[in-house]
Design a protein around this ligand. Sequence first.
Ligand code: HMH
Length: 221
Amino acid sequence: PEKRGVIDTWLDKHRSIYTAAIRHAFVVSIRDGSVDLSSFRTWLGQDYLFVRGFVPFVANVLIRAGKESGETSDMEVVLGGLASLNDEIEWFKSEGSKWGVDFSTVVPQKANQDYRRFMEALMSSEVKFSVMMTAFWAIEAVYQESFAHCLEVGNKTPAELTGACNRWGNDGFKEYCSSVKKIAERCLENASGEALAEAEDALVRVLEHEVAFWEMSRGGQ
Ligand code: HMH
């Protein structure tokens, strides 16, 4: 176990929204096998659009890591994340054809638009790097925690969905999230009180956006 930092303190403080984000009914339904496939298709189409907006955000994190990070390895961690997004877009395309989801006709729903607008705001040079890094970690960690749950012992995850679960639930992605968390924690150790308050707020807002994002799958359209 790693040493507890300020992020763990915040997760304890905001435990109910954190649990809502990593154990949403949609994720639990994948794990117990009761998932409605139209919900999965909705999620797939919306998440493809999300990822297309996430790429420029991560590219921005990369640029700022190169300039503002204390250690040279930080940039490499973020670069690894950006590289896996390249694979991820290809994976989405092949899943799209597997499930008959035509991404060119998918319309971003409100929760998706709101989340993308939030990420755009985080790209402003006015936002401190420690705040951006905290949000970046939270965005990745929610998917890691959620999909890893679908692969834990006793799961009844449908075989055709294990590909999606492995994408974010694998040990490599877990390691990557833990590296991102360490960078965020190190930035926060040197942050002002103001930056800490902003980072905590950004963390909570990511969790709220993630809950709203999962909620879209309920519509199943
Ligand atoms: C909504 N959050 C959402 N989609 C994703 N693909 C990720 C996070 C990646 O971690």
